[in-house]
Write a protein that binds this ligand. Structure first.
Ligand SMILES: N[C@@H](CCC(=O)N[C@@H](CS)C(=O)NCC(=O)O)C(=O)O
Length: 160
């Protein structure tokens, strides 16, 4: 992945990356969102004009930014110095985990309500991966949400 051929696809030399036709997309959240829009019949994204686009983008970006950064930093032993939380986009690890816990506790049963969407795939992956590898607390709300996702079949129709 560090060879020039792959760096031409993703300069970061990291997975994930897709090429769809002539379009290259990297960053897992962007790939989830891109694929949901590219294949609307799968019903994995609310329509662009739906109010559900708000929470859809909100938690997609929250997981890609604050959640990924906070979890990675904590796993490597970095703790935001007390009083310096305002310097960090994610504030602190406990605040980030509390925020995503609050979102998951509101899920009914999915983040957008009664329809599974790409944001569940992305947020659920973060939580399941984190709990599996010990980087995210095994909170009851996370376990319950991930169990719901595990039990869910592929959705049909659109998510509007
Ligand atoms: N922010 C990136 C994270 C990508 C990432 O951390 N990829 C890891 C695997 S999960 C990787 O490729 N590691 C191998 C390396 O850096 O050489 C995304 O969302 O796709």
């Amino acid at each position: 992945m560090k060879a020039p051929e792959y760096r031409a696809i993703n300069p970061m030399g990291k997975v994930q990356a897709i090429r769809h036709g002539g379009v290259i997309v990297t960053e897992t959240a962007a790939i989830c969102a891109y694929l949901a829009d590219a294949f609307p019949a799968a019903g994995l994204a609310p329509s662009p004009t739906s109010p559900l686009r708000g929470p859809y983008y909100r938690w997609m970006f929250f997981a890609a930014g604050p959640l990924e950064a906070a979890v990675s930093n904590r796993a490597l032993g970095f703790v935001v110095p007390a009083g310096r939380e305002r310097m960090m986009g994610y504030g602190s690890y406990p605040e980030v985990v509390d925020a995503i816990e609050h979102a998951v506790m509101q899920a009914a049963p999915y983040l957008l309500g009664d329809r599974f969407s790409a944001v569940d795939a992305y947020v659920g992956s973060h939580l399941a991966f984190g709990m599996q590898f010990g980087t995210i607390d095994k909170r009851a709300a996370f376990q319950s949400y991930c169990a719901t996702l595990d039990a869910s079949g592929a959705p049909e129709g659109d998510a509007n």
